[in-house]
Write a protein that binds this ligand. Structure first.
Ligand code: HEM
Length: 67
């Protein structure tokens, strides 16, 4: 959370994540987990979470991590 999308050297991201200057926020992560391809069409992350309450729990959990 708060980090630029797709910017860690150790991962090979798809082109839309690699090119993005967006910053991860709770709102962006909620859209991403609802339908990743709607946010970054090139993505190869297939996971989706249709349940808003579960997405909220995931976002709370991720927000506890610091770089
Ligand atoms: C708990 C559910 C999940 C969450 C919260 C989550 C979150 C994320 C986030 C935030 C990114 C972008 C990372 C960055 O900007 O550095 C990402 C990328 C990615 N995730 Fe997930 N993810 C989840 C589940 C999964 C699962 C189950 C898989 C595969 C089995 C997966 C595969 C990927 C892949 C391949 C990418 C890179 C996408 C690309 O470059 O297009 N994720 N994920």
């Amino acid at each position: 959370m708060g980090r630029t999308v797709g910017n860690l050297d150790k991962f090979k991201y798809s082109k839309d994540l690699a090119a993005s200057n967006d910053v991860w926020t709770p709102a962006l992560l909620d859209q991403w987990l609802t339908k990743p391809k709607a946010v970054y069409p090139s993505t190869y992350m297939l996971y989706k979470q249709p349940d808003a309450a579960i997405r909220a729990d995931l976002i709370s959990y991720i927000s506890t991590f610091k770089d």
